[in-house]
Each structure stands twice: as C-alpha cells, then as structure tokens.
Design a binder for this molecule. Structure first.
Ligand code: PNS
Length: 159
C-alpha cells in the first residue's frame, strides 16, 4: 500500500492544502494529514481545532485520515512502511524552504522521499498566515476556506 504523509502546522488548513490532499488521494492508496509543530511558529488554533478543520475539509475523501505528532517527522513516518512525504509548492520561496526540509529529512532517514505537488494558480497566494491576519483584523477570509470551515471558525470567534 502506498502511503503519503502530508505534514504541516496547518494553522489553519486552507483550500490550497485541501487541494493538495485531494490530488494526492488520487495518486496514493492512503493519505495521512499529520498536524505537527513548527518550532518557529506560535500556534493560533489549538490542536483539536486544527484537526476538526482538517476533518471537515477532507470528509469527502475516503482514503484520507488525520493524525498529529509531537517531535520529529522522520520518527512519525516510521509508523508506515515505505511512506512518502508530500508537500505543496506555491512559489520559489516554498521551493527553497521545502528543498532544505526534504534534505534534512533525507539525512535523518535516508529512505524518506518527498514528492512535491505544484499548487494551482488560484491557490498560489493563499496562506494560513493571511487567514490568521484577516481573522485578527476582522477582514473577509470566506473565499480562502470552505464554507463549513468559515462557519466553524466564526463559531469559535463567538465563544
Ligand atoms: O506548515 P509548516 O509550518 O510549513 O510545516 C512545517 C513542519 C511542521 C512540517 C516542520 O516544521 C516539521 O517537520 N516539524 C516537525 C519537526 C521536524 O521533523 N523537523 C525536521 C526538519 S528541521
């Protein structure tokens, strides 16, 4: 079984992330979206909220599951035999960052490959940081997440 792990901080998961998962789910037998910590970022959403958003965004995809891990990605990948990492690439900035991450993971676990899916044009300027900024400054971000996610985030804001 070909398993792909899509790791990220997903703070929050966007329609760009969802598109990468959807496309990967057609290539791999199983796709695991794994919420991880990025030590250079302070989380905005809790782990439970991130997982709920990802589950809502991927619920129509039968071969996708959501998980989380604290610590090194290479250790998480050992859970699966012959797993492949997948990442989306929006621009040369992502390319630079992601190639160095892929090489660090290669050094740590020599047989762990990373496959890159090029983001569609319409998703190239969507980022979790833009969504966080719009939430904080009360701007409209309804076009950057699925309707159900927008409603869910709005319900959190009202609490
Ligand atoms: O969505 P992000 O913030 O670009 O995701 C980055 C992430 C979480 C995948 C990366 O920081 C990560 O793999 N963190 C886990 C710790 C790890 O394995 N680091 C190794 C590379 S230095």
């Amino acid at each position: 079984m070909k398993v792909a792990i899509f790791p990220g901080s997903f703070d929050p998961f966007t329609i760009g992330h969802a598109d990468v998962v959807k496309r990967a789910s057609r290539i791999f037998d199983k796709v695991v979206v794994c919420v991880m910590q990025n030590s250079s970022k302070t989380p905005f959403f809790t782990l439970e909220q991130k997982i709920e958003i990802i589950k809502l965004s991927t619920k129509s995809l039968d071969n996708v599951l959501v998980d989380s891990h604290e610590g090194l990605l290479v250790n998480y990948a050992k859970k699966y035999e012959n797993a492949t990492l997948i990442k989306g690439l929006r621009s040369y900035v992502d390319f630079d960052y992601e190639t160095s991450m892929a090489n660090v993971n290669f050094k740590l676990a020599g047989d762990l490959d990373t496959v890159f899916l090029i983001s569609k044009d319409e998703h190239r300027s969507i980022s979790s940081s833009v969504i966080r900024e719009l939430i904080t400054l009360d701007g409209d971000y309804s076009h950057l997440v699925y309707d159900e996610i927008y409603t869910y985030i709005k319900s959190l804001e009202e609490k």
